[in-house]
Design a binder for this molecule. Structure first.
Ligand code: ADP
Ligand code: ADP
Length: 228
């Protein structure tokens, strides 16, 4: 599904060049749920931005579904809209839109006709336990409820890959557990792949595999606890 070959990333600040990724090679299979672990500054966000086709300025190669990514911004935007979903630590719902409208947004970007949208949205809101809050604005919802809506928004267009940046960091343990399990169960039906950057040790029990970064390098591919 997703393959990195000899990935290097440098940030240039004035005269200073900072290496954020150092020869990262990895193959993530379709349907895998990956916990991307490592201490602050180890390169998690940098790698997520590359996986999410948000940062096209790196050295090395990225293969998406077996195809080498061409880095054409227009093509990457299209891939992002059609094939990718995003979940963030602070939910990032659009405040002026209802829960329903937030979930509808990716379908509108993908020009799904309106008569097909409603059933899909209501089914998914139901699956995340939020059907009765369809008309609520985000500021009426708890953190856990907002993240359920964000999960629905990330998955409504049945993306191949979901990128999540600390999705449970703002949630209590019980809610965090529910939110990850929702991602997993909804993703299963379409063999969705997840790459989840996390400091959260509790996440490890939900994921198929961990990729641990240290100083921009992959430390190990063992199934072991995350280094917080
Ligand atoms: P993490 O998400 O694991 O905390 P990051 O990917 O944010 O790690 O950062 C990896 C390294 O790259 C760090 O040394 C960080 O200081 C550096 N870095 C990240 N973003 C920038 C940037 N925009 N400009 C310069 N250096 C950056
Ligand atoms: P727009 O429709 O505003 O042009 P894009 O098509 O570029 O947005 O983005 C498609 C998806 O990528 C959106 O669902 C959005 O959530 C996500 N996205 C775009 N830019 C960023 C960013 N800087 N950080 C996180 N997610 C982003």
């Amino acid at each position: 599904m997703l393959q990195f070959k000899g990935l290097n990333k440098f940030y240039q600040t004035g005269q200073v060049s900072q290496q954020a990724l150092n020869d990262v090679n990895e193959h993530i299979r379709a349907g895998e749920m990956i916990a991307l672990c490592g201490p602050s500054g180890s390169g998690k966000s940098t790698l997520l931005n590359i996986c999410g086709l948000l940062d096209l300025n790196y050295q090395g190669e990225l293969y998406f579904d077996g195809e080498k990514l061409d880095r054409d911004p227009q093509h990457c935007m299209q891939l992002r809209r059609q094939q990718l979903g995003f979940v963030f630590q602070r939910f990032n719902l659009v405040p002026v839109m209802s829960a329903y409208e937030n979930v509808e947004y990716p379908l509108m970007l993908n020009q799904v006709p309106s008569q097909q949208r409603k059933q899909r949205i209501m089914d998914l809101l139901d699956a995340v336990g939020m059907a009765e809050f369809a008309q609520a604005k985000p500021d009426r919802l708890s953190g856990g409820q907002q993240q359920r809506i964000a999960v629905a928004r990330a998955l409504i267009h049945q993306p191949r890959l979901v990128i999540a940046d600390e999705p449970t960091a703002s949630l209590d343990s019980h809610t965090a557990h529910q939110v990850v399990e929702l991602m997993k169960s909804i993703g299963k039906s379409h063999n969705t792949t997840f790459v989840i950057a996390t400091h959260d040790n509790r996440m490890s029990e939900h994921c198929d595999r961990q990729i641990e970064l240290l100083d921009g390098q992959i430390l190990s591919r063992e199934v072991s606890a995350c280094v917080a």
